[in-house]
Design a protein around this ligand. Structure first.
Ligand code: ADP
Ligand code: ZN
Length: 209
C-alpha cells in the first residue's frame, strides 16, 4: 500500500472528512494545514497572528510560512495523509525536496457545489466533526453528534469569503492537477457523491499498489 498520500481538491470537496476516515482505517498520520493554522490562531502564536488576516479573507498564507510549519511535522514519517497541502506549485516543489509521494487523490467538485456545501457547513468546536445543516445528521439542535460539543460556522465559511477561496483555488491550486498528472500519481474521484462512496474509491486506489 502506498502510504504517502495527498488529498487535493477545492474547499468543501470533503478532504477533511475523508482524511479523518482514512486515518481510522490506516492509522496514518493526518496533517491538515488548515487545522494546524486554526490551532495556531486559537493559541495566539506569532504564526497564528500573522496567518489570521490571510485566512479571514480566504487568501493563502505565504508559502514560506506554510512550508516551515509542515516540514517539521512530516519529519521522517513513513506515511501520512496531507489535507490542504500542497496548495501551490511552490509548495509541491518544496514537498518533493522533503519526501516522496505515492498517491494524489483529486476530489473534484464544481463552483456551485462548493458554494452550496460551504454555506451550510458546520464544525464541532471540540472534536472537529464536520456536518451540514441540510443533512439529516445535523438534526441535533446545534450539538455535535459525536461528543455533544458546540457546532459553529467557520469564519471563512461566509459567502464572499467562500467565493474568494474558490477563485484562489482555481488560480493557485488547480495547476497541481496537471503537475501531479504528469508525475503519473494522480487519481480523480467525483466529489459529488456520498462521502461513503468517495471513501470506497479512494481506498481502491491506495490499497491497490
Ligand atoms: P478549505 O480547504 O476548506 O478551504 P482549510 O481548512 O484547508 O480550508 O484552509 C483554511 C485556510 O487556511 C485557507 O483559506 C488558507 O488561508 C489557509 N491555508 C490552509 N492550508 C494552506 C496552504 N497549504 N497554503 C496556504 N494557505 C493555507
Ligand atoms: Zn464533537
Amino acid at each position: 500500500m502506498g502510504r504517502r498520500i495527498i488529498l487535493l481538491g477545492p474547499p468543501g470537496a470533503g478532504k477533511g472528512t475523508q482524511a479523518k476516515w482514512l486515518v481510522e482505517k490506516t492509522g496514518l498520520l493526518h496533517l491538515s494545514t488548515g487545522d494546524l493554522l486554526r490551532d495556531e490562531v486559537a493559541r495566539r502564536t506569532e504564526l497564528g497572528m500573522n496567518a489570521r488576516a490571510f485566512m479571514d479573507r480566504g487568501d493563502l498564507v505565504p508559502d514560506d510560512v506554510i512550508i516551515e510549519m509542515i516540514r517539521g511535522k512530516i519529519g521522517d514519517a513513513e506515511g501520512f495523509i496531507l489535507d490542504g497541502f500542497p496548495r501551490t506549485v511552490a509548495q509541491a516543489e518544496a514537498l518533493a525536496r522533503i519526501t516522496h509521494v505515492d498517491h494524489v487523490l483529486y476530489i473534484a467538485l464544481d463552483r456551485e457545489q462548493v458554494i452550496a456545501r460551504l454555506t451550510s457547513r458546520r464544525v464541532c468546536r471540540d472534536c472537529g466533526w464536520i456536518t451540514n445543516i441540510l443533512s439529516n445528521d445535523a438534526a441535533t439542535d446545534g450539538a455535535c453528534r459525536d461528543c455533544g460539543g458546540e457546532l459553529y460556522q467557520r469564519d471563512d465559511d461566509r459567502r464572499e469569503v467562500i467565493e474568494n477561496r474558490f477563485d484562489v483555488y482555481i488560480g493557485a491550486t488547480a495547476p497541481l492537477i496537471a503537475y501531479y498528472g504528469k508525475l503519473g500519481i494522480l487519481s480523480e474521484v467525483d466529489g459529488n457523491q456520498s462521502p461513503e462512496a468517495v471513501l470506497v474509491q479512494i481506498l481502491a486506489v491506495v490499497e491497490a499498489a
